[in-house]
Design a protein around this ligand. Structure first.
Ligand SMILES: NC(=O)c1ccc[n+]([C@@H]2O[C@H](COP(=O)([O-])OP(=O)(O)OC[C@H]3O[C@@H](n4cnc5c(N)ncnc54)[C@H](O)[C@@H]3O)[C@@H](O)[C@H]2O)c1
Length: 292
C-alpha cells in the first residue's frame, strides 16, 4: 500500500486564518477537511481549493458533535472580531466552549493531536508588558468582550483538563493581532478598517488618541507557527504566544496606511470602546526557543 496521507480537520477553515492554514496543509501533502458554518467565513476564501481532490468543505456548526475520521484537528472556529463576536454573544461562548468539548471529544476518540486557536484576549487589558504566557490576565468577566475572552479562557481550561485527565495531545497557541489578505473588509479590525477607509477616501476613524499600541503579525508567519507547533514533540502543549513583538501605535498605523495608499482621507477621532486594551504586545521568548 502506498504511504497514507495525513487527514486533517480545520474548523473555521473558510475564515481568514483558516483558509491560509488549509492552503499550507495541502501544500505540505495533507488531505484537509474544512469545517465551517460560514458565520464570518466565506466560500470565496477557499474557492481555489474546492476543485482539489485533497480538499473537502463541510458546512457544520461545531456546537454540534461531529463524527469523522482524521489524524489531526486544528480548532479555529470562532468569530474573531469584536463586531462579529458581539453580534450573538451567547453563540460566541457556545462556539468556544461547547465547540471545544465536541472537538476534544473527537480527538479523544481518535487519539488525534488537537490544536486550539486561543488568543491574546485571554490577557484582557493587561497590566504587564509584554505579556508572557505565565501572565494570568486582567479580564472583565461581565463586559461586552467577555463572551470571547472568557469563552477562550474556558476553552483553554478544557484543553488542559483533557490533557491531564485523558492524556490528549494538545497544542494551545495564543494568537496576537494578525493581518493579511482575506481579512473581512467590514469586521472592524484596525488594519482592514484603515485600509478600506483609505481606499474609499472616507474618514479614518481613530479610537481614543491613537497612542494605544498593537503588534501586528503577517498571516504567513503566523501559519508557520501553527504548523511548527503541531509538529513539535507531544511534551510541548503550550500555551504559547504567537505574534510579532514589534509595537506600532494606532496613529502611526493610520499615517502609514494613508501614505501607502496615497489617500486623501483625514483622521477623525472617536471615543475608545469599553474594555479596549491600551497596549498589547507578545513576549515570544517561548516561541523563539521552542519553534525557532
Ligand atoms: N486574526 C487574528 O488576529 C486572531 C487573533 C487571535 C485569535 N484568533 C483566533 O483565530 C481563529 C480564526 O480567526 P480569524 O481571524 O480567521 O476569524 P474569522 O472570523 O475569519 O474565522 C473564523 C471562522 O470560524 C467560523 N465559525 C464561527 N463559528 C463557528 C461555528 N460555531 N462552527 C463552525 N464554524 C464557525 C466562521 O464562519 C469563520 O470561517 C479564531 O478562533 C480566533 O479567535 C485570531
Amino acid at each position: 500500500m502506498s504511504s497514507v496521507r495525513r487527514r486533517i480537520i480545520v474548523t473555521g477553515g473558510a475564515g481568514f486564518l483558516g483558509s491560509h492554514l488549509c492552503e499550507r496543509l495541502i501544500g505540505g501533502g495533507a488531505d484537509v477537511l474544512c469545517v465551517d458554518n460560514y458565520f464570518t467565513g466565506r466560500k470565496e476564501n477557499v474557492a481555489s481549493l474546492l476543485p482539489l481532490p485533497q480538499f473537502e468543505a463541510m458546512r457544520h456548526d461545531i456546537t454540534h458533535p461531529l463524527f469523522v475520521e482524521v489524524d489531526e484537528i486544528y480548532n479555529l472556529a470562532c468569530p474573531a472580531s469584536p463586531i462579529h463576536y458581539q453580534f450573538d454573544p451567547v453563540q460566541t461562548t457556545k462556539t468556544s466552549v461547547i465547540g471545544a468539548i465536541n472537538m476534544l471529544g473527537l480527538a479523544k476518540r481518535l487519539k488525534a493531536r488537537i490544536f486550539q486557536a486561543s488568543t491574546s484576549e485571554v490577557y484582557g487589558d493587561p497590566n504587564l508588558h509584554p505579556q508572557p504566557e505565565s501572565y494570568r490576565g486582567n479580564v472583565n468577566p461581565i463586559g461586552p468582550r467577555a463572551c470571547y475572552d472568557e469563552g477562550k479562557r474556558c476553552a483553554e481550561t478544557l484543553f488542559f483538563d483533557y490533557f491531564r485527565q485523558h492524556q490528549l495531545k494538545i497544542r494551545v497557541a495564543r494568537i496576537f493581532n494578525t493581518y493579511g489578505p482575506r481579512m473581512h473588509p467590514n469586521d472592524g479590525r484596525v488594519v482592514s478598517n484603515f485600509i478600506v477607509q483609505a481606499l474609499r477616501g472616507a474618514p479614518i476613524t481613530l479610537y481614543g488618541d491613537g497612542t494605544q499600541t498593537r503588534a501586528f503579525c503577517y498571516v504567513d508567519d503566523l501559519v508557520d507557527g501553527f504548523v511548527k507547533l503541531m509538529a513539535a514533540p507531544d511534551t510541548i502543549t503550550g500555551p504559547i504566544n504567537l505574534g510579532n513583538p514589534v509595537e506600532t501605535s494606532i496613529v502611526e498605523l493610520a499615517g502609514l496606511v494613508i501614505e501607502l495608499t496615497g489617500s486623501r482621507s483625514k483622521i477623525v477621532p472617536r471615543s475608545l470602546p469599553v474594555d479596549d486594551p491600551v497596549q498589547r504586545c507578545p513576549d515570544i521568548t517561548e516561541a523563539e526557543r521552542i519553534l525557532g
